[in-house]
Design a protein around this ligand. Structure first.
Ligand SMILES: Nc1ncnc2c1ncn2[C@@H]1O[C@H](COP(=O)(O)OP(=O)(O)OP(=O)(O)O)[C@@H](O)[C@H]1O
Length: 308
């Protein structure tokens, strides 16, 4: 299946000389949730803004479902919904008029039944006659999403959808995004909450100082770069790792009270059974054990560090 968005050799240098994107190429598959990750100022918003036709690229080519975003701007833009970071709503307009107007701007025929179901899905139907300024912060964000979806786009960009929202609202946003994906919408989101990407994304892209340094299936990334740690609490503390255990990747922690075994990097086989045998043979008794896995956040931090 051809990609729904294709970005080829994209560069952006802002007036003033800041190179915000450097030769970025990326393909987004239809129906996936793609999380674009990167530190502040990495170029995420610039990339999204170019694809949505808000910022002009310095070089490169982008198509959305085959439509060139510059030569066929209207064709490309009608496929795309964008929820930007900042609120861009008329605070004195009511909810219903806001979504109706937004749909109209895309030249779509009125479809009140669709807009009603959209507002119901976003728990805004009861407030359809309220002015935007009277909504809570979470409702205002949901109204931004309703606006972005008013013209039934195939592709939805969410720039920091849950920045500053409470845990409950974050979870309800995740639910909504999953529902949209199930309905066939392709979703590209940026986030600083790595937990959000870990929870939702099918693939992740990591951008740093304008360069796309990695694009990977999330599960594969976690298998490839994730590490697991087995921590053994010792019945009697050790001063050093015994020579008999030197073949294992072990370190002592907590003043010799814990032995830490790190494994699983690059999907390597573990030698835990062998380790337990060797501990037994060396007469080292264990009083407790626990395992921990690295999160996407651990992987992200080490990737960004490695690249600097
Ligand atoms: N209109 C502009 N004019 C000049 N420089 C800009 C402009 N917009 C962004 N930049 C610069 O381009 C770089 C990339 O910014 P961008 O907003 O794309 O990053 P980001 O990854 O979205 O950051 P954040 O996570 O903080 O939102 C930054 O150095 C920023 O200062």
């Amino acid at each position: 299946m051809p990609p729904v968005i294709s970005v080829s050799h994209l560069s952006k240098t802002y007036a003033g000389g800041r190179a915000a994107l450097k030769d970025v190429s990326l393909e987004i598959n239809k129906g996936e949730i793609f999380a674009l990750l990167g530190p502040n100022g990495a170029g995420k918003t610039t990339l999204i803004s170019i694809i949505c036709g808000i910022v002009t690229p310095t070089a490169g080519k982008i198509t959305a479902d085959g439509h060139d975003i510059i030569r066929d701007y209207r064709g490309a833009r009608s496929l795309i919904g964008l929820v930007p970071q900042e609120l861009t709503i008329d605070f004195f307009e009511n909810v219903w008029a806001t979504v109706k107007l937004s749909r109209g701007l895309f030249g779509k025929k009125p479809d009140d039944a669709y807009l009603e179901s959209l507002l119901r899905d976003l728990a805004l139907w009861d407030r359809k006659d309220s002015q935007a300024r009277t909504l809570s912060g979470g409702m205002k964000r949901r109204l931004m999403i309703a606006k972005a979806l008013s013209h039934q786009p195939e592709i939805l960009f969410l720039d920091e959808p849950t920045a500053g929202v409470d845990v409950e609202l974050r979870h309800s946003m995740w639910q909504l995004v999953r529902k949209l994906r199930t309905a066939g919408t392709t979703i590209i989101l940026t986030t600083h909450y790595l937990e959000e990407a870990e929870e939702m994304a099918d693939r992740v892209g990591v951008i740093r100082q304008g360069e796309l340094i990695l694009v990977e299936d999330k599960k594969r990334l976690m298998q490839k770069l994730g590490k697991k740690r087995l921590t053994l609490t010792l019945a009697t503390p050790l001063a050093q790792v015994p020579v008999a255990l030197a073949i294992h990747p072990l370190t002592l922690a907590e003043g010799g009270r814990e032995l830490v075994y790190t494994y699983g990097e690059n999907g390597a086989e573990t030698q835990i059974a062998q380790l337990l045998n060797d501990l037994n043979a060396a007469g080292i008794a264990i009083s407790d054990l626990r395992t921990e896995e690295s999160s996407l956040e651990d992987i992200f931090v080490s990737l960004i560090r490695k690249a600097s």
